[in-house]
Design a protein around this ligand. Structure first.
Ligand code: SF4
Ligand code: ZN
Length: 307
């Protein structure tokens, strides 16, 4: 008979394919919280006194980060602020913003909503209406990073926590291997390089939690989450790699962990060889840190003639 391996409860909600472990709801929630907090300690992602900005989309991963890190806030180890970026994706983002606000309010966490329209002058839908052949995620990622970094400074945040899970991270590793983007590989990791002035370090507390388990966690905790998928995500290269990894994980349940572990082992060597650290400067348009004289966000904006 299937019983929880921790407490013997016959009502199990997960059988982990990678380890064979079976857990009931209560023990599953506890095991996830302990694992995330242990990873935070082990990797030194957060220190006492940090002010952590949660990039809160309203999706399961960021809501889970908010929920788990709130335990550190309640113990007065950290301060927290949540920020939701409204990219302006009609019919999709509105609900996510509402759910994000609901979660933050429930926990009494300060919450800011910042739109592409107000900060860069256009919604993502408007950008895509005359974007030519560029992928929506390219614009979205560049502007989101630009906004988050600015807001983190305004808020005096010392860390930015994102909801990247194991699936997201292994997708990034594989995508960059396959595309030969070795320089991008040097930037993948549990914590971004904090040595660049003007950049608030980004941390990924869920980097070792499979996506399936982040979904189950929010369900088990009864947290409201935005489940809809972004309409621009469908045909992206990331989505194809994600499907491939999920399929291969069926027969090789530990494959994402081994991809991550292998990458973490060779990363120092790649970084030593390919890092372009010395070329970091300041964008002469917006003053944000940038590898070239004009940052990516400003060069996109310049091409539309938006001030
Ligand atoms: Fe932005 Fe792409 Fe994510 Fe949609 S899928 S929110 S366009 S990065
Ligand atoms: Zn700039």
């Amino acid at each position: 008979m299937d019983i929880c391996h921790k407490c013997g409860n016959p009502k199990i909600i997960i059988k982990r394919k990678q380890s064979g472990q079976m857990l009931c709801q209560e023990c599953f929630i506890k095991s996830i919280q302990e694992k995330v907090l242990k990873d935070i300690r082990k990797q030194k992602l957060i220190e006492k006194g940090d002010k952590v900005l949660i990039a809160l989309s309203g999706g399961k991963d960021s809501v889970m980060v908010l929920d788990i890190l709130n335990s550190l806030r309640k113990r007065r180890i950290i301060d927290m602020v949540a920020v939701t970026i409204d990219e302006g994706i009609g019919g999709y983002r509105e609900e996510g913003v509402m759910i994000a606000a609901e979660n933050a309010k429930k926990l009494g966490i300060d919450h800011r909503i910042i739109s592409f329209k107000d900060t860069i002058g256009r919604t993502l839908d408007e950008i895509m209406a005359d974007s030519g052949d560029r992928n929506a995620c390219t614009y979205c990622g560049v502007f989101r990073r630009w906004i988050l970094n600015r807001v983190a400074r305004e808020e005096g945040a010392t860390k930015i926590a994102t909801g990247h899970n194991l699936d997201d991270e292994t997708q990034s590793i594989l995508m960059n291997y396959l595309e030969g983007n070795i320089h991008n590989l040097t930037r993948i990791g549990v914590c971004s390089d904090s040595s660049y002035e003007g950049f608030t370090p980004k941390i990924k507390p869920l980097r070792e939690i499979p996506e399936k388990e982040t979904a189950l966690y929010t369900l088990a905790r009864g947290l409201p989450v935005h489940l809809a998928g972004c309409p621009y995500a469908g045909d992206s290269f990331r989505a194809k790699i994600g499907t491939f990894l999920k399929e291969i994980s069926q027969d090789h349940p530990t494959i994402m962990y081994s991809t991550l572990r292998g990458f973490d082992k060779i990363k120092p060597a790649i970084k030593k060889e390919f890092s372009k650290k010395s070329s970091m400067g300041i964008c002469r348009v917006c003053g944000e840190p940038s590898a070239s004289t004009i940052c990516k966000a400003c060069s996109f904006r310049n091409s539309w003639n938006v001030d």
